[in-house]
Write a protein that binds this ligand. Structure first.
Ligand SMILES: Nc1ncnc2c1ncn2[C@@H]1O[C@H](COP(=O)(O)OP(=O)(O)O)[C@@H](O)[C@H]1O
Ligand SMILES: O=c1ccn([C@@H]2O[C@H](COP(=O)(O)O)[C@@H](O)[C@H]2O)c(=O)[nH]1
Length: 289
């Protein structure tokens, strides 16, 4: 990893000062609304317009971890013949190492992704400052087991595939420099089959499934409330002591307010399940942190 990626904040010199962020994975098919859901969460928490360095909640996109393509692959990509929806398109190790740094409370720098040139823009790096809550969003964030195991909470944005295609077409034409024919060919050749093979099966790992994406205000409100509880608890008790990473007890809260936060999370699950606004997997493979 780039040395720049591991700068320590001056106020994080002592191990006890380092806050481990609450890491939330946000997966879902292309154009399901992952970025929009993250944006809404940030907005509702009053974080969206805040200076990057002051934010308590930050979002990182998985597109910053597309791997560098060879010359031959670049030529294929320009003709729409490269599969960007396959797990091999990502740099799994860099993604893992970067999230580990984030979990250690360090500053990381990630390149922006340029969809027009199908490449990482290393001139244009985003600095991710230590935060209390980090949202990591992308189509395959739950695909790689060792990355999946890092998340404290896993959300899956579940928007029906016709809606997703209807949103992807104008977005790719207007924002990603594609024409209609290229978008549809790429979708039928790579995007749809890869969604079915690699992305959709990861829904079972989610703690919370959000049907209808950003339209599901009830689900988003409840997730926001859960994050607020976490932030309030942390500002009251500080440090990392409210998160247990011993891989045995789940997220081990050690004080009464944290316990109440967990109780509220559990009520959140029941409430959403009852309202059919979100689905909480009963047979999911829950990762313990
Ligand atoms: N609930 C919604 N209603 C209407 N348009 C939406 C909604 N959610 C997302 N979009 C639009 O669909 C496109 C894809 O959404 P985005 O959040 O970027 O999806 P993803 O991050 O999953 O690819 C964007 O143009 C966005 O503005
Ligand atoms: O150069 C590229 C890289 C990726 N894509 C497509 O992007 C989506 C993932 O982004 P979403 O915002 O989740 O839609 C993926 O389906 C790739 O096909 C691309 O077209 N070009």
């Amino acid at each position: 990893m780039d040395v720049d990626n591991t700068l320590l904040l001056p106020n994080c010199e002592h191990k006890t000062d380092i806050k481990t962020p609450f890491l939330i994975g946000v997966a879902g098919g292309t154009a399901s609304g992952k970025s929009t859901v993250c944006k809404k969460i940030m907005e509702q928490l009053g974080q969206a317009d805040m200076d990057q360095a002051q934010r308590q909640v930050v979002t990182i996109g998985q597109d910053s971890f597309y791997r560098e393509l060879t010359t031959a692959e670049k030529a294929k990509a320009q003709k729409g013949l490269f599969n960007f929806d396959h797990p091999d398109a990502f740099n799994e190790n860099l993604m893992y190492d970067t999230l580990q740094e984030v979990l250690k409370g360090r500053i990381v720098k990630v390149p922006c992704y340029d969809y027009r040139s199908n490449s990482l823009d290393h001139e244009n790096k985003l600095t991710i400052y230590p935060a209390d809550v980090v949202l990591f969003e992308g189509i395959l964030v739950f695909y790689f087991p060792k990355i999946r195991d890092l998340f404290h909470m896993k959300l899956f944005v579940d928007t029906d595939s016709d809606t997703r295609l209807a949103r992807r077409v104008p977005r790719d034409i207007n924002e990603r420099g594609r024409d209609l024919d290229a978008v549809l060919t790429q979708y039928m050749t790579f995007v749809k089959p890869a969604f079915e093979e690699f992305c959709s099966p990861t829904k079972k790992f989610a703690d919370v499934i959000i049907p209808r994406g950003a339209d599901n205000t009830v689900a988003i409100d409840l997730i926001v409330q859960h994050i607020r509880d976490f932030l309030n608890n942390r500002s009251r008790y500080g440090s990392t002591t409210n998160i247990n990473h011993d891989n045995t007890n789940g997220i081990g809260f050690r004080d009464p307010d944290s316990f109440m936060a967990i109780r509220r999370y559990s009520s959140l699950c029941n409430e959403l399940t009852n309202k059919e606004n979100a689905f909480f997997g009963k047979h999911q493979n829950r990762t313990q942190h």
